[in-house]
Design a protein around this ligand. Structure first.
Ligand SMILES: [Fe+2]
Ligand SMILES: [Fe+2]
Length: 142
């Protein structure tokens, strides 16, 4: 099975829940990209499976955003507010894309492009900044 994106070292921090969250998001994006490739190759893409993946992503991203925001709050992260703002905008975008996909107003390609923006603009930039901060502020030893 092809993985189009991998989680690189600079995104890893000493908070396993956050690393796991990014890994899970990547798994979903790679899954969508495989369907996009199949669609380009003329293969049928199963809408119920895409929809299920999007519903999973909604559930998981809410949990992931809460986890990140609670760590940022605890450590008084200076960029908390703009970061939280981005989370809210992405969650609303995901709800809108999931609804539009369900009503067949957009296809798997449009949804995947939205998630690629999420990956490139939020995770690779804002979450990477947060990871740098967290590397300097690790959790207390158990
Ligand atoms: Fe994140
Ligand atoms: Fe984030």
């Amino acid at each position: 099975m092809t993985n189009y994106f991998e989680l690189d070292e600079s995104l890893q921090c000493k908070y396993p829940a956050l690393n796991q969250g990014h890994q899970t998001l990547l798994l979903h994006i790679n899954g969508l990209l495989r369907w996009v490739m199949e669609k380009q190759a003329g293969q049928p893409v199963p809408p119920p499976q895409v929809f299920d993946l999007l519903m999973d992503l909604l559930q998981y991203s809410r949990e992931h955003f809460c986890a990140e925001e609670s760590i940022m709050t605890r450590l008084a992260y200076p960029l908390l507010e703009p970061h939280r703002h981005q989370h809210d905008a992405m969650f609303e975008g995901l709800v809108r894309h999931t609804r539009d996909f369900y009503h067949q107003r957009v296809d798997v390609v449009v949804v995947t492009l939205f998630l690629l923006d999420w990956w490139n603009l939020h995770i690779q930039e804002d979450d990477r900044l947060l990871s740098l901060f967290l590397q300097r502020n690790p959790p207390p030893a158990p």
